[in-house]
Design a protein around this ligand. Structure first.
Ligand code: MN
Ligand code: MN
Length: 292
């Protein structure tokens, strides 16, 4: 692992996150927010490690604006973002209540306190389910539920979601946590605590670079390999580069099995969801919250 680049990716996204916290207001178009955040990353001369997600209310994750998106910031907004330095990734998220709602504020506090409780506990060798137990306990103490089918994840070089999952409940996995880089992301909700697939999100990932006949799709595939490698990307970025004809190319690549299309993830009882996330480097003798 390149410790220096991991720390750098964390420091940059933490600055971008504080910048985002400062300008996001109710009623702003989501696309304007995403563009400002991603322009700021460019100012730091780094690329996003995945499309900036702006998920509203019962959309727990994978909400990202399309090129012609008309949605605005409102309700309980989750802002999830990351950058990478030569493939070394950061991943962080915060939630905002844009309605002055006591319940929204409490849901957000629950996810923040769950993340704090993991940061207090996490170290090399801890049984993985102890971390899930800490998330569940913290969120339950606010009277809410964790989302049990979303989890934190190990992060590796050019690999956002790697092998090891960090559950948001006690899943009985008592294996010791190895040294490594982990994104911890508790989700809290007054709802049932599960997500289901919603509409297509416009987020994709390369799964197979097998040949494809269409010249447009081939050009797109080369661009995707070059520009995003094995990291997620979105239709908004493709339209920026290729215009709307890029959307046809994306469809061809999905049909040919070159790329996978992700759906939005929606709370199954349609209740609001809050998310808080940090990336944490776990080493033999210490832990470092890289996105603090
Ligand atoms: Mn994230
Ligand atoms: Mn994550």
């Amino acid at each position: 692992m390149d410790r220096e680049k991991i720390i750098q990716a964390g420091k940059i996204i933490s600055d971008v996150r504080e910048y985002a916290r400062g300008f996001i207001k109710k009623g702003m178009p989501l696309i304007e927010i995403a563009n400002k955040i991603e322009d700021k990353m460019e100012d730091f001369e780094v690329k996003p490690s995945f499309p900036t997600c702006l998920s509203v209310n019962d959309v727990a994750a994978h909400g990202t604006p399309a090129h012609d998106d008309e949605r605005i910031a409102e309700g309980l907004l989750k802002v999830d973002m990351g950058v990478h330095v030569d493939g070394w990734i950061s991943d962080t998220a915060f939630s905002l209540d844009l309605e002055d709602s006591e319940e929204n504020k409490k849901i957000i506090q629950a996810s923040e306190s769950a993340l704090d409780s993991v940061i207090e506990k996490i170290k090399k060798g801890i049984p993985i389910n102890e971390l899930g137990k800490a998330v569940h306990g913290a969120i339950e103490s606010f009277g809410f539920n964790p989302i049990v089918n979303l989890s934190g994840h190990e992060v590796r070089h050019y690999e956002l979601h790697s092998e090891i999952s960090i559950p948001n409940f006690d899943n009985n996995n008592s294996n010791p946590l190895p040294e490594g880089l982990y994104a911890i992301e508790p989700f809290a909700t007054p709802g049932s605590g599960k997500v289901k697939d919603g509409s297509p999100s416009g987020i994709y990932i390369l799964i197979d670079d097998k040949p494809i006949r269409s010249p447009l799709a081939r050009e797109l595939l080369d661009f995707i390999k070059q520009e995003y490698s094995t990291l997620p990307f979105c239709s908004r970025w493709i339209v920026k580069k290729f215009g709307t004809k890029g959307l046809f190319g994306l469809r061809q690549l999905v049909e040919n099995g070159n790329i996978h299309s992700y759906p939005e993830l929606v709370e199954s009882s349609n209740k609001n969801v809050a998310q808080t996330e940090h990336t944490i480097l776990v080493e033999a003798d210490k832990i470092t919250v890289t996105t603090e």
